[in-house]
Design a protein around this ligand. Structure first.
Ligand code: FE2
Length: 186
């Protein structure tokens, strides 16, 4: 297999192994595995034409659950993994996907009522709805729109149907994003 950057395929192999690890087959209060949930989110992002970075963010947004001890710090663990590989377009929406829930509960009427029981239960642990000032700060983030888009995918990708794709289907997309980010670092 050829690659445009030394170590690129090694990085993707490691990501693939983590994605297919037993930890990703666990559930976290929802009725589907974390892996199936992330695949469904990626499928929704692709179907909605949201772009490669957001498809990758959707595919990998909960990967930190396999690296960190439970919910605490799962976004940061994912960001630590994804930022060096793919840069901000993938990593920042992942960093903000829990904050985006706190934003949407405060800023979009009816959003909180549509959350799953699990998402509603964890909201308080995550700090509760943003204040007006926190909402204004959040809206100024460069990743604001992508973070909100990822959040809606996160809320939707919880169907009980089996996902239609697997990690390997996204390798060309991920390899392309790795190359783009690698070139930006030269
Ligand atoms: Fe999620």
């Amino acid at each position: 297999m050829t690659s445009g950057r030394p170590g690129m395929d090694g990085a993707l192999d490691a990501l693939h192994a983590l994605f297919d690890s037993a930890a990703m087959g666990e559930t976290y209060g929802e009725d589907i595995s974390i892996r199936a949930h992330m695949l469904q989110c990626a499928e929704l992002a692709a179907a909605q034409g949201l772009g490669d970075a957001l498809v990758a963010a959707a595919l990998l947004h909960d990967i930190g659950w396999g690296m960190a001890a439970g919910a605490d710090g799962h976004e940061q663990a994912a960001v630590d993994l994804l930022l060096p590989l793919f840069g901000a377009p993938v990593a920042e929406p992942v960093r903000q996907h829990v904050a985006a829930k706190r934003y949407l509960v405060a800023a979009r009427s009816g959003y909180g009522d549509r959350l799953s029981d699990c998402s509603r239960d964890t909201l308080a642990e995550q700090g509760g709805p943003f204040t007006h000032a926190e909402c204004a700060d959040f809206e100024r983030l460069e990743s604001f729109a992508a973070a909100v888009a990822l959040r809606y995918l996160d809320d939707t990708g919880k169907a009980l149907d089996e996902p239609q794709t697997c990690f390997a289907d996204y390798l060309p997309l991920l390899r392309g994003l790795l190359q783009i980010h690698g070139k930006s670092q030269l």
